[in-house]
Write a protein that binds this ligand. Sequence first.
Ligand code: NAD
Length: 479
Amino acid sequence: MREHDRLFIGGQWTIPAGTGTIDVVSPHTEEVVGRVPDGTPADMDAAVAAARAAFDHGPWPRMTPAERAEVLGRLSAIYAERQQAMADLVTEQMGSPILFSIFGQAALPQMVLQYYADLAATFTWDDERPGMLGPVTVTREPVGVVAAIYPWNVPQFTLMLKLAPALIAGCTVVAKPSPEAPLDAYLLAEWIQEAGLPPGVVNFVPAGRETGAYLVEHPGVDKVAFTGSTAAGREIGAACGRLLRPATLELGGKSAAIICQDADLDVTIEGLKMASLMNNGQACAAQTRILAPRSRYDEVADALAAMVSGLTVGDPADYGTEIGPMAARRQQERVENYIRIGQDEGAKLLTGGLTRPHDQGWYVAPTVFADVSNSMRIAREEIFGPVLVLIPYNDEDDAITIANDSDYGLGGSVWTGDVDHGVDLARRVRTGSCGVNLYVLDPNTPFGGYKNSGLGRELGPEGLNPYLEYKAIPRPTPA
Ligand code: NAD
């Protein structure tokens, strides 16, 4: 049992303003495994004040990028050394299979941190340009105090997409973990202290939606960075629009995997294990619409059903597990509700369904529906669980039309024997990323969504821009 009765504010373990607590429940055992304070608006006031003071008067924004990179390098080294502890903790609190956690919940966040620490050396922080009346210095300045709000599915990754660029830019941060997965923030806060970040540069206040909404509108905040549902993203975007406060929004998805006529089916099906079902299907970029040519539909259906029905479902801490429990009971109910909707809509259940694989824990059976039309709710709405829909297409133009007939535009993939042709097809898919014969997020390439999947980009040099203000300093040509 991990009990925390303090909040990390201003570099100190601070007594919270309220008495409310959040219980963290293991999705596998359904037992309470941790407890943290439930942050209140008064705690947000204290955290924003600390971040404000660190930004307005502290050393962090005044250090050079190279000096900040050195501190972040220390944090990255601590992270790299102890990432197994982070992976174990995230698996315990939200049920991610340990093999996925080691990569997605620990190694990848550390790589993102190291990427931005390294980027400081090559990024253009200042440049000189010829102007109409003389030279102009164009400089990049940190945007200020950042509110970082993130979800439970990949908490360290979605946090680090914001924290690492914000910190290298010279911003200070108030981070709000979700109530389902607040424990990893405590481990990171210890490492932040150990690495010697100045007080107030990073602050954590776990809390629910209302306190999150309070943070978004706080007058001391200069920028909001959010990952979560499209519904919450709309509310946050609306609030930021009213306040003219810049916001980056990484939202939901319903991505398509296009299986081409010439695809190697063994490679494809093995690739979809990760691309479609990573993190128990609780991934925004999961490719849950599988598009197969009519000529190969039955073959694809058989192979997909065989793969999904053969997945090992169980204790996420077990190294043999491929699918663990859903992170929350309400998530289990939501996924099961979509399975019911699929059956009511007349889709054909190939494997899975409503029989739970285990009585204890928030498990759902990995499920595949065939004979799905792209107009069905199970093809249009984000389920956020291990439920795949198989949609037939006539020719490649039809496949592209179906892939793009979505309110979302986050990820996707093309599976083909001809990689160049795959790249041509990927260019026609209206999403922020589309892999060919694989799907992966690289720290040095941008990630984000078209349409209802969000606004702005994270990762890569593009992911640093939202944390910078650009300033032009023109002056007369020297005599
Ligand atoms: P959610 O939107 O309910 O919550 C996300 C976070 O925002 C939580 O910390 C929550 O407390 C907070 N929050 C919710 N409403 C808020 C509001 N009005 N103001 C301020 N804060 C608010 O999402 P969830 O159910 O926790 O996470 C799942 C969703 O996240 C899925 O839709 C998934 O696609 C999305 N997601 C997107 C990405 C991406 O990069 N595009 C990555 C991971 C998850």
